[in-house]
Design a protein around this ligand. Structure first.
Ligand SMILES: *[C@@H]1O[C@H](CO)[C@@H](O)[C@H](O)[C@H]1NC(C)=O
Ligand SMILES: [Cu+2]
Length: 358
């Protein structure tokens, strides 16, 4: 009886939520633009590592210059290990249809239009709950081997919220930054039709579907009202290239790969989009955060794909210096259940159940 009431009300929520929402109308003059340096003030992302230095680290660690060739995830490879039914696909933005793009944007707007859970006092919407979650856990989940694991679960939490709270029923997108390294501005992501401009020198985003977005969480570990701003820099995003991704994926150990990815394409993408995205604490306030992190997660998945032991074993330490084990917990503040590393190492396991289209 009780369960039928619950499922009936869940179905109602899903139906109501599927209606696209408009962002609250705001007057740009009422949203302060913050000086650019404020986003880089707090302890930064692992200082971005120049590609030449990453190569030297690899040589030092392995005594070799070898780069592994990128290995695509094939259906036959995945079906051998898939343990969930109906594996969802994450589709690269350029082959994601306009209808899917609009449904994705609408679902994000829907989360922005919903009230916060109340778990984070600084959050003014369900979307900002995610930003506040990331802000709160920032010191624990950056600059350590928990980085890739935790962000994989955060990105899935976001996806699951879009689906269960906003009726989203399409594939998730990801951004293949290697195709736009040094020229993110040329991707339709950063067009007036979708996420708005990038080369803004720290000014507010005033075009696209998130124009004039007001942010209440951050920058840093503080909170003040500010606009969504960007400061694109092609010389930084130039490091989000395939050679760098492959160099990181050439490490045979998890720690080596994860460390390289965090300070490499991950940090360069954040800093190269700039402003809100450069803020280690509250960068999920820019919705392009999810396209970027899906790219980083996809690179991790490609690395795992080269050797089946990589979906069943872990190495490295957490921020406190404790060794990660398969039983180490991964939590998102009860926004979704706490899981163990073993539950989410394989994206096609029963907990996550997704793969990338390449
Ligand atoms: C590589 O090893 C050399 C010699 O020990 C050291 O001087 C250099 O700093 C190392 N490079 C990196 C990037 O760790
Ligand atoms: Cu992060």
């Amino acid at each position: 009886m009780r369960s039928s009431i619950i499922s009936a009300s869940l179905a109602l929520v899903a139906t109501v939520a599927a209606i696209p929402q408009e962002l609250p109308k705001v007057n740009l003059e009422s949203i302060p633009k913050l000086p650019l340096n404020i986003f880089a003030e707090t302890p930064k992302f692992k200082e971005p590592v120049p590609f030449e230095v990453a190569k030297e680290k690899f040589r030092n660690a392995t005594g070799s210059d070898a780069e592994v060739k990128r290995e695509a995830i094939t259906d036959s490879h995945l079906s051998a290990r898939a343990t969930c039914s109906n594996v969802r696909v994450r589709t690269e933005w350029d082959s994601y249809s306009d209808s899917d793009r609009q449904a994705f944007v609408d679902a994000i707007k829907c989360l922005m239009g919903r009230g916060p859970s109340g778990q984070f006092s600084q959050s003014k919407s369900r979307y900002e709950d995610l930003v506040a979650l990331h802000q709160t856990l920032t010191p624990n989940v950056h600059g350590s081997d928990k980085f890739l694991i935790w962000h994989r679960y955060l990105t899935w939490t976001f996806e699951d919220m879009l689906r269960s709270e906003c009726g989203f029923n399409r594939n998730m997108p990801w951004f293949d930054e290697t195709r736009y390294a040094g020229k993110f501005a040329q991707s339709s992501i950063f067009s007036d039709k979708w996420f708005g401009g990038i080369a803004l020198g720290g000014n507010c985003v005033t075009t696209g579907q998130f124009a004039n977005l007001a942010i209440n969480v951050g920058p840093g570990s503080g909170n003040q009202l500010h606009c969504l701003a960007r400061a694109g820099d092609g010389s930084k995003t130039a490091n989000c290239n395939a050679a760098y991704v492959n160099q990181c994926n050439a490490f045979s150990d998890f720690h080596g790969m994860a460390d390289c990815a965090e300070g490499g394409p991950h940090a360069w993408g954040h800093n190269g989009i700039g402003a809100v995205m450069q803020d280690v604490y509250a960068s999920p306030a820019d919705p392009v955060f999810w396209l970027h992190h899906a790219f980083i997660d996809r690179n991790f998945r490609i690395w795992q794909n080269a050797n089946s032991a990589r979906t069943t074993s872990i190495s490295g330490n957490d921020k406190a210096g404790n060794a990660l084990t398969l039983d180490t917990t991964v939590n998102v503040y009860d926004m979704r259940p706490t899981v163990r590393i073993r539950d989410i190492l394989d994206t096609t396991g029963t907990t996550l159940c997704y793969k990338y289209n390449y």
